[in-house]
Design a protein around this ligand. Structure first.
Ligand code: SF4
Ligand code: SF4
Length: 695
């Protein structure tokens, strides 16, 4: 007679478990019926889907950015998985033991016992630590004390304790030839034998056996409506993650007969957006990283995702659990027509987003917040004409003048006036060299609207061409043929204006066929490189930091004059976080002799926005404190005498931040990396055109 056969009512254990599995499947199927009426999401080719799944769910690499939370999460997750092998064995009439024990002369079974016992200790310690973080420490990322999280922690603790005690009583009552490997259960069995009469040990074993099976069965049925469903959905979310560049917003077809302009209700979300909702662990990392939340604004990326999940669950409320109970009720989904704005996210919060992507970068389970927020803006702008009033002027300027400053195109090249050398335009190059002459140039410098019309940024354009000229680069600019890339319109939700401007630019660029585009604006860089492909524009685009660093590397450009002092670099979100350009900006600064680079705590992909992205540059910052003031504080804390930027909007925001910072900012210069570099260029003619060509 095997040990489990001594358990009263033992055959009911598998039956209970099977009932729980059926409950789990039905509850999941009800979620999926809402998914079925959601919008499609691209699945397509997914190179690297397995690596992504392995990296973010098995190894949980992003979790470990916060070491103690990472250790806690990984121990509980892996411990729970390994320990439920014991439950699986119990509900399959000992099938797992029957298969595994004979393998490798019993060693595999012994190792399994050892690891299960070690995880008992690990999981109990980590569950205790998790409870301490929530109940005593009140960890700052947690804005709410979730009852669901407590239920799950007590359930996990209960499953592990019941497993441990069941094993302890089993060994105490019946013995086990491999008990020496049960490093937690064996000592417990000695204690139990010491304090309890031998005849009750078997009864207690049966009680803990049943407690374990019942708790795991309850866990299964509870899981579909818990945030801990992420232990299932995270695998799918990682495998089905966005494959396009992170900076590429989804395309919308403005001509389609049944076109939906953006996201208004749950029905406008894609099934992947709903999957994101069911994958949120409520860890609060996105909230912690969000500059809008950090400066006291109503936007919280975490509550947006949780709100979407709640709306999806609400929508399925009328759907019967068992489809055939109510004829016709199996597929009918009601309640997907409630607006997301003012339900899952306040209206103001939609406009507080700077689209910096810090939330996406922080999320351990690869949830995409920005595309959803811009989707909401699209619906507000294109369908409801409901947007902050200051955007009316921005949209009008973009439509009428092809730039958000509302300046005439005829002044686009004014920044080049007074330079000691000529700045050639593509039109003039074609006029003298023929239709393909631009394609023979090394690059086309995309100046951008900020450097064309904003006085402060015009100096950056002059610095960039001074460097190109000093290196003898054959280049041209578009001059009056250049329009805004449309990036601000797109991030503000106006894809109509974006597409209008982008199509005009694509037509111009495709006519000239430049070998390479360089730009000092990360927003133009992102749009031209990642988004113009949607409209037939495929270009090799580099940021000026990359181009200058390469010119220095191949010896075509150098700085002669020393600049004694220190500088801190403010990384642009659209350059570093969205496009991974991190080292080159630093290389340009390091090429200046005497200049010491002092990093801020939040740098590279963990940078903190200046407050200008997502069209916020043209909106009033009415709620909370100023984002640029917060970033300026971080920059000034380094004690550097200058702040370097690599983006025209960052330059303006940091300049204003330093100007408003009072005595602390006195004497602190804010300059683009090209200005810092160009200030020390050798005298004209010191670099010759015979030097190697940049690849
Ligand atoms: S993109 Fe930036 S501002 Fe917007 S929600 Fe995410 S972290 Fe907050
Ligand atoms: S969206 Fe991601 S980062 Fe934010 S709370 Fe959910 S899991 Fe955490």
């Amino acid at each position: 007679m095997s040990v489990v056969d001594r358990i009263p009512l033992y055959p009911l254990a598998p039956a209970l478990f099977v009932l729980a599995v059926i409950g789990f499947v039905l509850l999941m199927a009800r979620h999926l019926r809402v998914f079925a009426v959601a919008q499609p999401a691209p699945v397509g080719d997914r190179p690297g889907w397995f690596t992504s799944m392995f990296k973010y769910t098995i190894l949980q690499v992003r979790m470990f950015r916060d070491l103690d939370a990472g250790l806690m999460h990984a121990t509980i997750f892996w411990g729970f998985v390994i320990l439920t092998v014991g439950t699986a064995d119990r509900v399959t009439f000992g099938l797992i033991e029957h298969i595994v024990r004979p393998l490798l002369d019993g060693w595999l079974w012994r190792l399994l016992m050892l690891s299960q016992n070690m995880f008992v200790l690990g999981v109990l310690v980590m569950v205790g630590y998790a409870l301490f973080r929530r109940l005593v420490w009140r960890y700052p990322r947690r804005t709410t004390l979730s009852r669901d999280a407590l239920v799950i922690l007590f359930l996990i603790g209960g499953v592990v304790l019941s497993e441990w005690f069941a094993e302890g009583f089993r060994i105490a009552a019946y013995g086990d030839p491999d008990a020496g490997w049960a490093v937690m259960a064996l000592p417990l069995s000695y204690v139990l034998k010491g304090v309890l009469p031998a005849q009750v040990l078997g009864t207690w074993y049966a009680l803990f056996f049943w407690a374990n099976v019942a708790l795991v069965s309850f866990f299964l049925v509870y899981l579909p409506h818990s945030k801990h469903l992420h232990i299932v959905t995270a695998f799918f979310n990682a495998a089905l993650r966005k494959m396009q560049p992170r900076g590429e917003l989804p395309q919308i077809d403005l001509e389609a007969a049944d076109a939906r302009f953006g996201v208004k209700t749950v029905a406008d979300l894609s099934w992947k957006d709903l999957l994101d909702g069911f994958t949120c662990t409520e860890c609060g990392r996105c909230q912690e990283a969000c500059p809008a939340w950090a400066t006291g604004k109503p936007l919280n990326p975490k509550t947006l995702i949780m709100g979407i999940r709640e709306m999806s669950v609400e929508a399925e409320a009328g759907v019967p659990l068992i489809p055939w109970i109510k004829p016709g009720g199996g597929t009918a989904i009601h309640g997907t027509d409630k607006p997301i704005v003012d339900t899952a996210i306040p209206y103001d919060a939609v406009w507080d987003c700077v689209t910096c992507g810090a939330c996406v970068e922080a999320c351990p389970v690869l949830i995409e917040h920005v595309d959803k927020i811009v989707g909401l803006r699209r619906s507000l702008v294109l369908e409801d004409a409901r947007f902050p009033e200051e955007l009316t002027a921005s949209f009008n300027n973009l439509e009428r003048y092809s730039n958000i400053w509302g300046q005439p195109q005829s002044t686009r090249l004014d920044w080049a006036k007074g330079l000691p050398f000529e700045v050639p335009t593509a039109a003039s190059v074609v006029e003298t060299g023929g239709p393909d002459a631009v394609a023979d140039l090394e690059c086309l410098y995309w100046v951008g609207c900020a450097a064309s019309f904003d006085d402060r940024n015009r100096r950056v354009a002059r610095a960039v061409v001074s460097c190109l000229n000093a290196a003898g680069v054959k280049y041209a600019v578009l001059g009056q043929e250049e329009s805004c890339t449309g990036d601000p319109a797109r991030r503000m939700g106006n894809d109509y204006v974006f597409q209008m401007l982008a199509m005009a630019n694509v037509e111009t660029l495709n006519r000239y066929k430049p070998k390479q585009l360089i730009t000092a604006c990360p927003h133009c860089f992102n749009s031209l490189g990642n988004e113009y492909g949607q409209l037939g524009g495929h270009y090799d685009v580099v940021h000026h930091s990359q181009y200058l660093a390469r010119l220095v590397e191949v010896g075509r450009l150098r700085v002669d004059a020393r600049r004694e002092g220190s500088v801190t670099l403010h990384d642009s979100c659209y350059l570093t976080r969205y496009n991974g350009v991190i080292g080159e900006t630093r290389e340009v600064l390091k090429a200046v002799p005497g200049l010491e680079l002092r990093e801020m705590d939040k740098n590279g992909k963990q940078t903190f926005c200046c407050g200008a992205g997502g069209g916020r540059m043209w909106m009033e910052e009415k709620r909370g404190s100023r984002i640029n003031a917060e970033r300026t504080n971080q920059a000034l804390a380094t004690g550097a005498d200058a702040v370097a930027t690599a983006c025209p909007f960052c330059l303006v925001m940091m300049r204003d931040g330093v100007a408003d910072s009072g005595a602390r900012g006195e004497g602190v210069a804010v300059q683009d990396i090209a200005e810092i570099f160009a200030a020390g260029l050798p005298a004209p003619g010191a670099n010759g055109r015979s030097l190697p060509v940049v690849q």
